[in-house]
Design a protein around this ligand. Sequence first.
Ligand code: GCB
Length: 612
Amino acid sequence: MRIIALLLIAFCLSVQHSHAQGPHPGTVETRMVHSLNGHWRIIVDPYENGYYNYRYEPYDASPNPSRSAYFSDAAPRDKSELLEYDFERSDSLRVPGDWNTQKERLFYYEGTVWYRTLFDHAPSSPSNRTFLHFGAVNYRADVYLNGKKLGHHIGGFTPFSFEVTGLLNATRNSMVVKVDNKRTKDAVPTLNTDWWNYGGITRDVRLTETPGTFIRDAVVQLDRKDPKRLRASVVMDGANAAGQTVRLTIPELKIDASAVTDPSGTAMFSLPLRSAVRYWSPDDPKLYDVTIRSSDDTFRERIGLRTITVAGTSILLNGTKVFLRGISIHEESPFTKGRANTREDAVTMLTRAKELGCNFVRLAHYPHNEQMVRMADSMGMMVWEEIPVYWTIDWRNEATYRNAEAQLEAMIMRDRNRASTIIWSMANETPVSDVRNAFLGRLAARARGLDSTRLISAALEQSGLPGEPNTRSITDPFAETVDILSFNQYIGWYDGLPDKCLEVQWKITQQKPVIISEFGADAKYGFHGDTLTRFSEEYQEDLYKKTLRMLGTIPQLSGMSPWILNDFRSPRRPLPVIQDGWNRKGLYSENGEKKKAFFVLQKYYEQKKTGR
Ligand code: GCB
């Protein structure tokens, strides 16, 4: 009897966790949206008292959970009922946003916070379907609507959705989200990172409505093998998904074509381009208005058309060799100094990169918000996107692999229509071993299966050759798999003094384009000394000069993304007066002041651009 009951619970839980796919997250922006952003009530719950009873049994495992469970969002029925929580009288937090920078008492908090919002929603047509979207919640979200669990999601930087058709009341819906940002060994990322573990509902929360049968996804891009053709695929969802006529129009290119969906609801297009195309590039970030229509639904996007390929040791954008003048960026707001999420955050960071002379940004070390990539599309900036497979990961754990793969898939599916995104990065500085190589190999194969039109890379590590300490090379076997060979190196900071850059010989045998995905040194803005004074602006400036000289000796050098645009918070950086909890490798301070090294890189990029 007990076993049957347990099996039943296990079955219910597995069903709860599978959530329906809503309209493509990248298109939510362009649909009718009911925003649920705003101030949500919160209960901070380090012991997870609202989730487990005093025997530590989860309330949501029972078909009729106790009203003591916080997700019940209950109020005492009468004087006989004891409830020890009350969202109505609780504190609140802004959504989207991290909790650390909104409340001083939560600055270092890692654990569970319950969020609750109340909302009305009357569907605009009875046949419509309704979806609930989260842009991202760090790290785990358990979502409850009117006391019932919709499901959960793991991974702090990727979007997810639930279908809520028929589950909403016209008035006073209660949505409760249990958000937990505890770090664990088997998670992605794992326990140890060099960035702040911001907790909370960090990106937008929205409801969207679609017709009963709707366009769930569409990808439009140039044919990689024949850039004189356009390829598109459209996926319909719903009872009438098969046999639908789908019409694709791009008026500026005089494209107006129709195709019929197959039994799985997919329609494919391969169309000759008769009008001259303005290819997307950082210098001319042209986006075309694309419309896809089915009998009941319309999907609109603005899409850039370009190719990105590799030939020998060169990277080619639209067939022409390009040098990636980059900078690395963390998703931290120059304004709130917490998680970035707004348009202003994106514009400010990309404008700073432009001023530096960049045509490329590395969005480290996890998928950044969608706003950032859309802004890169329209401002003209090539983008490297990455998943948080960072340092040590529980390589042997299949659940950890599935988690990493799910994050990779969500990132690719969200941004496949962004011309700016040219590189998918699988990992950062992961120690070589057979299990790790297999893990990354599976990820790369999955990425290529989902998107064969972009380049694969990973930030690897370099090493000295035995008996030749001043010779550096890349011996990581994953170098065979990547399209672009990228590695981080800190010669002159973690490894000797800046003069060491002038002694090192590079022996990179792989005939692939090479990107230096990181280099740098900490400098506190306004702290001055000689070029050997650690943490001074002069040290950082000197290191940049010598590093750039050294890197010029690598024949395959095709770009770089030095570490990093802005100083950013990290609990690994406690040095008083200098760091005070900030990684100081920014070319800008956290207050937006430029350090001396900024001008070294700016000058170098100017020379690269003009060829002088
Ligand atoms: C690295 C990591 C980056 C760190 C940086 C540093 O190699 O990839 O996340 O922040 O070094 O400053 O040490």
